[in-house]
Every structure is written in structure tokens, then in C-alpha cells.
Design a protein around this ligand. Structure first.
Ligand SMILES: [Zn+2]
Length: 269
């Protein structure tokens, strides 16, 4: 099970932790996913379509507070942390949860961490603290022990299969009709359809990472140039919901048609 699935599972069982540390190259990516999951009001969080998900994707959700370290030392000043602490007792604006993300927190000073300790131990109801860092070596044991730690390693970027790339390319560059004719061939076999959904999600996550890395992925560039990170995430949410619909035995042809429309709207704008 990958980290995305683990976060989804925690959310489904109502056990999202109130303090989390994401450590590693992909820490920011997972922080965003986690925050979106925490504020989402749809089913199968993050659903990607509710008002909270949409605001989160645009980076304008008032209850997801992205914090950045200051100055050359990349520290979070102690006064700043104290302000965050008192702010966390104010109820969320729109969502049922309020998420504070300390980005790039690898250099946060001991004093500032100590200022956070108490609130990490007993966070106000509905508040989530997310710390992301490349390495947690400078984080205090007392901070680490109050949080759930997730390791987000950057694995080698694998190849996207020709079959799935062709579908994604069609969604991005061609018409809805082309996409529908392509996916139609999968609608007679439920298992086959579930398989292709899984592979599409996997490929979209690879594209997401290729985009984040901003390195030269010439083979995917015609598609990557046209996509934004949010649109890729949205497409992943759409396919996750498609899988759920198929498993709930909804009429496959309708599910496929609806998926095509949504994918085209998201990826092919
Ligand atoms: Zn949602």
C-alpha cells in the first residue's frame, strides 16, 4: 500500500492523526494531499470535486494554512510559532478541520519547537499540524514522539506503459469522443476496467512527480506541458471515484461515459 492509500485509509476510519511529520523528497506533495483529505467533505476523501477540495487545489482554502520558514537560516521564529499556537484555538472558517503546514521545517530551532510542544500534545479539536522536512534530524525527540511520522522517499521514476500514456494523451490532446472510443473497449469487462483505472492512477502519479521534478522528460513533454499539478491530482481523484462506482456495481457504460467527460474537462481544457 502506498502512502496515498494509507492516508485515505486513515481518513476512512476517522483516524487521521492531529500531528504528522512528512520526511523526505516528496514531503510537500504528501502534506498537500493530507491537508486536502482533512478538509474534504465528500466521500472517498479527497474527492477532488467538493468545494473544499477545489479551494485546496487552487491553494486558496482558508483553513489550510501554509507556513514558510524565514530568512537565511530558514527558521520559524518563536514569536511566529506562538502566534500560530494562539491562532489554532480559533475555529475553522469553512471546513470541519484546520490544517497548519510547516513547510521545509528541517531548520526549525529548538526554542521554536519547544513553543509548539504543548499544542502538539493537546491540539485544539479539529486542528491538524503538519510538519514537512527533507530530514527530521533537527527535530526534537519530544516533537517526533507526539506526531505520526511518514517517510516519503523519492523512488526512481518508472516508465509509463504505452497503453495508459495513450489514454492520457488522448484525454489531453484529443476530443471527448476519441477518449470514449478508446475507453469503450474496456467497458465489457469489469476487471479489465478496474485494472486500467489502477494503471492510469499509477501513471498520473508518475506524471505528477515528473512535473514536480521539472527535469527533462522529453517522452512525456507534449502532455506535461499542457498539465498543471492540480489538474493531475484532480484526474487521480476522478479515477478513484470511478473505481468505487464500478465496485458498487453501477452501470459500467454510464460510469465510463461520465469518467470520459470528467477526465476530458480536467485534463483537456
Ligand atoms: Zn472533497
Amino acid at each position: 500500500m502506498d502512502l496515498f492509500e494509507r492516508i485515505r485509509l486513515l481518513s476512512e476510519t476517522n483516524s487521521l492523526p492531529h500531528a504528522v511529520i512528512f520526511e523526505g523528497e516528496r514531503a510537500k506533495e504528501f502534506s498537500e494531499f493530507f491537508a486536502k483529505t482533512a478538509v474534504c467533505e465528500g466521500e472517498n476523501k479527497p474527492c477532488g470535486v467538493c468545494r473544499h477540495c477545489i479551494k485546496a487545489q487552487k491553494g486558496v482554502h482558508p483553513d489550510i494554512i501554509n507556513l514558510e520558514p524565514e530568512g537565511k537560516t530558514k527558521n520559524y521564529k518563536v514569536d511566529f510559532v506562538r502566534n500560530i499556537k494562539s491562532d489554532s484555538y480559533v475555529l475553522p472558517n469553512e471546513a470541519d478541520a484546520k490544517v497548519y503546514i510547516f513547510n521545509d521545517a528541517e531548520n526549525i530551532s529548538t526554542v521554536s519547537q519547544n513553543a509548539l510542544l504543548k499544542v502538539l500534545e493537546e491540539p485544539p479539536k479539529s486542528v491538524v499540524f503538519v510538519i514537512n522536512c527533507k530530514e527530521k534530524t533537527n527535530l526534537l525527540d519530544t516533537v517526533i514522539s507526539r506526531a505520526t511520522v511518514f517517510i516519503c522517499e523519492d523512488e526512481e521514476l518508472e516508465k509509463i506503459s504505452e497503453e495508459t500514456f495513450n489514454i492520457i494523451k488522448t484525454a489531453v490532446l484529443q476530443s471527448e469522443y476519441d477518449l470514449l472510443s478508446l475507453l469503450h473497449s474496456y467497458s465489457s469487462d469489469k476487471q479489465e476496467l478496474l485494472r486500467i483505472c489502477d494503471e492510469l492512477v499509477f501513471s498520473l502519479r508518475l506524471l505528477y512527480r515528473a512535473k514536480v521534478k521539472e527535469s527533462d522528460f522529453e517522452e512525456y513533454s507534449e502532455v506535461l506541458d499542457k498539465l498543471t499539478l492540480n489538474r493531475i491530482l484532480n484526474a487521480i481523484d476522478i479515477l478513484t471515484n470511478t473505481k468505487k462506482d464500478i465496485m458498487q456495481n453501477k452501470a459500467v457504460k454510464i460510469v465510463v461515459a461520465r469518467t470520459c467527460i470528467k477526465l476530458k474537462n480536467t485534463l483537456g481544457r
